[in-house]
Ligand binder design. Structure first.
Ligand SMILES: Cc1cc2nc3c(=O)[nH]c(=O)nc-3n(C[C@H](O)[C@H](O)[C@H](O)COP(=O)(O)O)c2cc1C
Length: 197
């Protein structure tokens, strides 16, 4: 399937059928996703694969009992067939941009980055992974990193990495509850593309 069709078909999956995703396949897809661009060839993005049997454990760490109690989507997420933590090493970028061919940019110091490239690289690898999942006929759902981030980092042994997102992967069970976000009136894609005269 061509890229435009994959992009058109891909939508977040938030309810899975409980079947495991083959671990070797997921590891291979992650390695392929890391063909994504990486600033200065820093290669500081890491993809940590969590197998089906550990999804529940991840959710215990990544969420709170109150959330699990009240979330209408919790059960659907918990049936994911595996997941991938996307993280990046800030020091890999600071180190790379401190090398002689890059040092003039002044980016060896974290506070000098107007746009943190480590998050950009993480997003690129994440998008590549979403498309590979789609191509494989599976579904993926994304969580940004905003809740229990330190606990997840410790649990997964991410060290100093910054967590960018969690990608749940599995077979969709068709019981998704559409996100309230989709009901928002947003500018069309055409309105968000402009040609500078
Ligand atoms: C950085 C980022 C963080 C996101 N975090 C969440 C999240 O925490 N929970 C969730 O259900 N969806 C999350 N999403 C998915 C968006 O809600 C979703 O992409 C958007 O509503 C458009 O839907 P679509 O991807 O199905 O087209 C996130 C997406 C991005 C790019």
């Amino acid at each position: 399937m061509d890229v435009a069709s994959l992009l058109a078909r891909r939508r977040m999956t938030r309810s899975f059928d409980g079947s495991p995703v083959e671990l070797d396949w997921l590891v291979g897809a992650c390695e392929t996703a890391l063909l994504a661009p990486t600033a200065g060839h820093s290669a500081g993005v890491h993809l940590s694969v969590v197998g089906h049997e550990h999804v529940g454990e991840y959710l215990e760490v990544a969420t709170d009992p109150e959330w699990r109690e009240r979330s209408a989507r919790y059960a659907g997420w918990a049936r994911a067939g595996g997941l991938v933590l996307v993280s990046s090493s800030v020091s890999a970028y600071l180190g790379r941009y401190g090398e002689p061919d890059k040092a003039a940019a002044g980016l060896a110091v974290r506070d000098n980055w107007p746009v943190p490239y480590w998050h950009g690289d993480a997003a690129m690898a994440t998008m590549a992974l979403l498309l590979l999942v789609e191509e494989a006929g599976l579904g993926a759902g994304l969580w940004g990193a905003f809740r229990n981030v330190g606990a997840v980092r410790d649990w997964a042994g991410l060290g100093d990495d910054e967590l960018f997102a969690t990608v749940f992967v599995g077979s969709p069970d068709g019981r998704d509850r559409p996100s309230a976000s989709l009901a928002r009136a947003v500018p069309t894609r055409a309105e968000r593309v402009r040609t500078i005269p």
